[in-house]
Design a protein around this ligand. Sequence first.
Ligand SMILES: Nc1ncnc2c1ncn2[C@@H]1O[C@H](COP(=O)(O)OP(=O)(O)OP(=O)(O)O)[C@@H](O)[C@H]1O
Ligand SMILES: [Mg+2]
Length: 398
Amino acid sequence: MNTDLAPARLSAAAPPAGTGPFAAYEARVASGRLDRDPEQEKAARRLDQLWRELRDYHPVVQSAPPASGWLGGLRARLGLARPAHEQARPRGVYMVGQVGRGKTMLMDLFFSLAPVEHKRRVHFHRFMQDVHQRLHDMKEADPDLTDPIPPLARQIAQEAWLLCFDEFQVNDIADAMILGRLFDYLFADGVVVVATSNTKPEDLFQDRPGADAFRPFIAAILKEVDTVILDSPRDYRRGNARGMQTWIIPVDAAATKELDSIFARLADGAPVVPVALDIMGRTLNVTRAAGPVARFSFAELCGRPLGAGDYLALATRFPNLVLDGVPRMGPDNFDEARRFIVLIDTLYEQNVKLFASAEDRPDAIYAKGQGATAFERTASRLEEMQSAAYMQLPHLNA
Ligand SMILES: Nc1ncnc2c1ncn2[C@@H]1O[C@H](COP(=O)(O)OP(=O)(O)OP(=O)(O)O)[C@@H](O)[C@H]1O
Ligand SMILES: [Mg+2]
């Protein structure tokens, strides 16, 4: 069996028992690990409701005998596999939205907290592969089995009755034909479904040959789940993998707050401590370090007589640097500008991710003065360092 499909347990890092997804989401926003997003809040509230409903829900399938073996097969063929339901089944949640809106992040948060022992979180492609494999195996094991779908649904439901599907989609007619009946039986067995998708249920597999045959499935899905649309204006993946701004203009309280939040998110819970870096017998004191990130003001890093050796030690030790207050410089600031050029060259060579607040765009930071032409390359590097491609490069620590 596909290990991806094995029921998962709460991870050791999960918040304390009794925390719901909304409280967990709010805690992440409060600590700066996530940006506040009203659309996500709305989805987190809906997931919280489901989380509460799941605490009191016990699907009949949990105590039903397995549908495997000759008796199970017979039951299935006679249509007796469906349990009678006394308890109302909570409606599932189907989150839909464009890329990078935080659907997967929210589903994973919900999944880790869901008070259900038999739960499974799986990419929808993997799930379908597994379904095809099991159907094949069942037919091979029992050539007389005319309809393997009911016993398969029973098997799946008994392994996990909370199913969380990432990237729900229907790509071909073979899947479309299986899905409708499979989900009918899964729902009848009391399964609760949570899903993320880029496509609304009513648009799944439409404009395709065979779309008509798929309509009953759409109707079933709409009956069993609530669609929650995440319509945030922001793609948290754009610019970089974590949705963080890299060059923030101007230098003000809002920029400091944004850098506070980025620092906290990169620290990911690591304590803020001073770190002493040894540079050929000398010491460079990093007053604010937390896990993989260090934070400096521009004055601390470029307003003092530091050199290439210091910057290299920093750049190899820390994958991320938060830099407060890059000023607009002119002919009087030659020393600062020169150090800043060396700093950026060094960070760039080691693929360090830079998050800075600045008085202006990179190309306007040092437009006039000695070495201003050399700064053009620095400005261009600063632009590149904001790109998604750069943000994905591995840090070079040697
Ligand atoms: N509120 C937020 N603040 C900061 N980062 C966020 C926020 N929401 C999501 N992210 C981050 O943005 C990235 C994209 O989020 P996620 O993968 O959940 O998007 P998605 O909606 O599932 O996108 P896709 O449709 O492409 O699968 C993730 O790294 C996630 O942790
Ligand atoms: Mg996703």
